[in-house]
Design a protein around this ligand. Structure first.
Ligand code: SF4
Length: 109
């Protein structure tokens, strides 16, 4: 069975071939908040994700395709590094629209 490891990390796009957050939204566990974190109704962004890929016939959830942040901007307004872009996420949107830009990443490094 193929597995994912850190050697598959793409330093240009800052991503892996399969992303836990994307799988979580496809499973209906939550949405991507303006913070670019997975947000669940029950626990907000305080979750740790792991993924298992299988072709087993399992019951699935309803995919989440839009953010449920509404007009909330708490993470945007409170981030001391100004790293939160603040756009409402939609499934399939470009990653650049939801995650901190290179300028912020360069500033952190
Ligand atoms: S905008 Fe509000 S609900 Fe959305 S991720 Fe930020 S703090 Fe959470």
């Amino acid at each position: 069975m193929p597995s994912l490891n850190t050697e598959q990390f793409n330093p240009v796009t800052l991503s892996m071939p399969v992303q836990h957050k994307t799988l979580a939204t496809r499973a209906g566990l939550g949405w991507i908040g303006k913070s670019a974190l997975l947000v669940t109704k029950e626990y907000g962004p305080a979750v740790r994700l792991g993924s298992a890929l299988t072709d087993a016939d399992l019951r699935t959830g309803t995919p989440t395709d839009t953010a449920r942040c509404g007009n909330c901007r708490q993470c945007v307004d409170r981030c001391p590094a100004r790293a939160v872009v603040g756009n409402n996420w939609q499934a399939g949107m470009a990653r650049e629209g939801a995650e901190p830009g290179e300028a912020i990443i360069d500033e952190i490094e």
